[in-house]
Design a protein around this ligand. Structure first.
Ligand code: NAD
Ligand code: DAU
Length: 360
């Protein structure tokens, strides 16, 4: 039975990936989930699978060399899927250091521990061991409104502390592949949305605020463009790259689904109105008047757009979920998980929201 070591599996994409993998492989794989449980990590995301015999959760920091080396020593790990990171651009602008620590140092620790566990005396690596580094399209910087796409060959040009730290982590993975022929892949994905996404990010924040009749903060002119991908399609891409991709290659993952932020907000409002029954008192709160233009994000990247040509041609991956369908599924999930939203937005979130939006 193949053993996966997933880092950051209690976060948004990591928990969706773990669900996807158990749906696909059931008892044919074992998953060890290592997560430090920062504000973004939530074991509630994994409640329905926590009792499986082929699943283990370990609370550990990826920067803790001894803890990570210990996990490799005690388990014969076949696959690493490395999600753990600080992931929110606005937080990185306020407090960059933790991004450098987790995203750069943490990735270095993961690489080193995997290398030590998998390397043979002659410098080659044990058969069928693979490391997948989950990265972002933000490493490529910002595109013009009227043209261009991110390809795997696009030069790195990160512009925020978050994307700079992810670029640093990518460079470390590339260095391990070039120097040691370390068996790895990198995926650079566009913006994800779906169940379990923490409401600091645009889509869950807008859904949550709209349902409470709270202001919907739009940064700048609202015309920045992101390329949105349903999270389950990302989970599938990661699995396909690890199984079918060529080692040492980078694959861009994206949906050709570019939308301006203001369009996203209008789609969410329309979809909420369609889905809420007339008898639901929240329906009256969902209103365009809530849209509030606020001070722009510093250094706000204008447009991201992935060209997923390579992953389609080499691996046969394509996004399956159209945005209209994905956003309905996401909203339905939030309707059915009101407790989840209440729990993650109580306590520290209130302070975060106040600090981030008070003076905007
Ligand atoms: P997230 O913030 O929801 O989850 C991050 C997880 O990592 C959390 O569970 C957190 O507890 C854990 N973590 C943080 N620091 C840790 C540490 N030092 N040690 C161990 N665990 C730690 O992030 P996400 O949105 O799920 O993103 C996952 C990965 O995918 C990240 O590497 C991110 O850069 C990348 N990515 C995200 C998107 C997106 O749209 N969200 C798109 C492309 C790539
Ligand atoms: O492109 C991939 C990246 O997508 C990932 O690497 C990051 O981890 C992920 O957070 C995401 O980054 P963005 O900065 O694009 O996502 P965010 O949801 O924070 O913002 C999306 C857009 O919406 C962006 O242009 C900023 C804008 N925005 C965001 C918030 C939270 C608003 O206008 N208002 C808001 O309140």
């Amino acid at each position: 039975m193949r053993t996966y070591l997933v880092t950051g599996g209690a976060g948004f994409i990591g928990s969706n990936y773990i669900h996807y993998m158990f749906r696909k492989y059931d008892t044919d794989i074992r998953i060890i989930n290592v997560d430090a449980l920062t504000y973004a990590g939530n074991l509630e995301n994994l409640k329905d699978i926590e009792d499986r015999e082929n699943y283990t959760f370990i609370k550990a920091d990826i920067c803790d060399k001894d803890a990570i080396a210990g996990i490799f020593a005690e388990n014969d790990i076949d696959r690493v899927v490395h999600f753990a990171a600080e992931s929110h651009v606005d937080r990185s602008i306020k407090d960059p250091e933790v991004f450098v620590r987790t995203n750069v140092l943490g990735t270095a620790v993961m690489l080193n521990c995997a290398k030590a566990a998998w390397e043979l005396p002659d410098g080659s690596f044990r058969a069928d061991k693979k490391f997948l580094h989950v990265s972002t399209d933000e490493v490529y910087g910002s595109l013009e409104e009227d043209g261009g796409y991110f390809y795997e060959t696009t030069p790195y040009a990160p512009r925020s502390p978050y994307s700079a730290s992810k670029a640093g982590s990518d460079m470390l993975v590339k260095a391990y592949m070039d120097t040691y022929k370390f068996p790895a892949n990198i995926t650079n994905c566009s913006n994800n949305y779906g169940p379990y996404q923490f409401p600091e990010k645009l889509i869950p924040l807008i859904i949550n605020n709209a349902l409470q009749g709270k202001k919907l903060p739009v940064y700048g002119d609202g015309r920045n463009v992101r390329d949105w991908l349903y999270v389950e399609d990302h989970a599938k891409a990661i699995d396909m790259v690890q199984e079918k991709g060529r080692l040492f290659e980078t694959y861009n993952v994206g949906g050709h689904n570019e939308k301006q932020n203001i369009e996203i907000i209008h789609i969410i409002l329309d979809t909420l109105r369609e889905m809420l029954p007339d008898s639901d008192p929240r329906k009256a709160l969902v209103n365009e008047d809530l849209i509030t233009y606020v001070e722009d994000r510093k250094g706000h990247d204008r447009r991201y757009a992935i060209a997923p040509d390579k992953i389609r041609a080499e691996i046969g991956w394509e996004p399956e979920t159209m945005f209209k369908e994905g956003i309905r599924r996401t909203i339905q999930w939030f309707f059915e998980h009101e407790d989840w939203m209440r729990n993650v937005t109580s306590g520290d979130y209130q302070k975060y929201y106040e600090d981030m939006y008070r003076n905007r």
